[in-house]
Design a protein around this ligand. Structure first.
Ligand code: UFG
Length: 351
């Protein structure tokens, strides 16, 4: 990607651009003036998000957005996308992401997540597009020996196939740079993305019973579920419940735009943590969401969930110093925006 290109001359391919993090990033990219191409097979997202993006950014900016319904692993379809668009850089979100399901369906997870990444980088190479931002995860740190986690903290063995796919894709993309120094790779390790667009028009819309805490809490708040199940209150944390570094999806989206601007004209492979640097317990989340929705949400204590770590939070110094990016929002903002989305869209995009 050339250093000289202005956002309006830069075309960014966003795989999984209709998903939770992808859609919020697309909004930030369009607002930043970029040309955006989404490739999404809608296997875990809704096409309706495209209208919502349009409503948020306005018709003029939305003209800079092109959508292809396609599986990233479909080489023919992907080749067509690259033939039809002069893609400068790719942000790769598309992938299966349910930790528990990955244990049941390892073949599907390895084949989809790793397979689609290999197809993507191969087609990118054929089109001489060698800039990629990858959606990695704090899961690569496993159960940490020391907190906060810096980018130099060791990668630990994953506890499930989903985690291994993130782990391995990082290695695969690192190998590209070794083989061909023209590649330009940024690995973004997300902590726990929550929240929603402040307009209430876009948010997280998991299919079926949510695996993650926030969408579950939000569904309890809106009356779709009876009570929050708190997985373990005997951890070595101040209140005994698991501690995570929750980050507002709008901050995360801004982090991608910052990384994209920073990487222009560079080569190599860089890793950044994207978090807030602050840990919050499950019970603190229930309390914060109760405040946001105006009633005490019921919860029940359950046994620990297999594979969960006690606590993790990020050291975000590198992203601040190198990318000039820092999370702005706190837990109260995240819960307010999540509630705004959920209360206006009780059944998500299809509601
Ligand atoms: N939790 C509950 N009840 C629930 C769901 C979760 O108590 O119904 C607890 C968990 O035990 C944990 C915390 O809430 O302590 C957060 O759990 P999430 O499932 O929301 O998130 P995880 O930290 O387990 O996983 C997230 C992402 C993964 C990623 C991982 C990296 O969902 O994709 O962070 O750390 F791999």
């Amino acid at each position: 990607m050339s250093n000289a290109k202005l956002p309006q001359d830069t075309c960014v391919l966003v795989t999984g651009g209709c998903g939770f993090i992808g859609s919020h990033t697309v909004v930030k990219l369009l607002e930043g003036g970029y040309q955006v191409v989404i490739v999404d097979d809608l296997s875990n997202s809704s096409e309706k998000v495209l209208d919502r993006i349009d409503q948020i950014v306005g018709d003029e900016a939305a003209e800079r957005l092109t959508f292809y319904r396609a599986d990233v692993n479909d080489r023919t379809a992907l080749t067509e996308v690259f033939d039809e668009n002069d893609v400068d850089a790719t942000i790769h979100f598309a992938g299966f992401k349910a930790v528990g399901e990955s244990v049941q369906k390892p073949i599907e997870y390895y084949s989809n997540n790793i397979g689609n990444t290999l197809t993507l980088v191969d087609v990118m190479r054929e089109h001489d597009c060698k800039s990629i931002i990858f959606s990695s995860s704090a899961t690569v740190y496993g159960d940490p020996d020391e907190l906060p986690l810096t980018e130099g903290s060791p990668k630990k063995p994953a506890t499930n196939p989903y985690g291994w796919t993130k782990w391995m894709i990082e290695e695969i993309l690192g190998s590209l740079v070794v083989a061909d120094p023209a590649w330009n790779v940024v690995l973004l390790r997300y902590f726990n993305p929550i929240g929603a667009h402040p307009s209430g028009l876009m948010g997280e819309d998991p299919k079926g019973i949510p695996n993650n805490l926030l969408p579950y809490v939000a569904q309890v708040a809106v009356g779709r579920r009876d009570a929050v199940h708190v997985f373990g209150n005997d951890y070595d944390t101040p209140d005994g419940t698991g501690v995570r570094d929750y980050i507002h999806v709008m901050d995360l989206a801004a982090g991608h735009v910052a990384a994209l601007a920073w990487m222009a004209g560079r080569t190599g492979c860089e890793v950044f943590n994207l978090g807030t640097g602050k840990g919050t317990s499950v019970l603190e989340i229930v309390k914060a969401f109760s405040a946001a929705c105006g009633r005490d949400l019921p919860y029940v204590i359950e046994p620990r969930r297999a594979g969960d770590v006690t606590a993790n939070w990020a050291d975000c110094t590198k992203a601040r110093e190198v990318l000039g990016w820092e999370a702005e929002f706190g837990i109260a903002d995240m819960c307010r925006d999540s509630w705004n989305w959920q209360s206006h869209n009780p059944n998500g995009y299809e509601g």
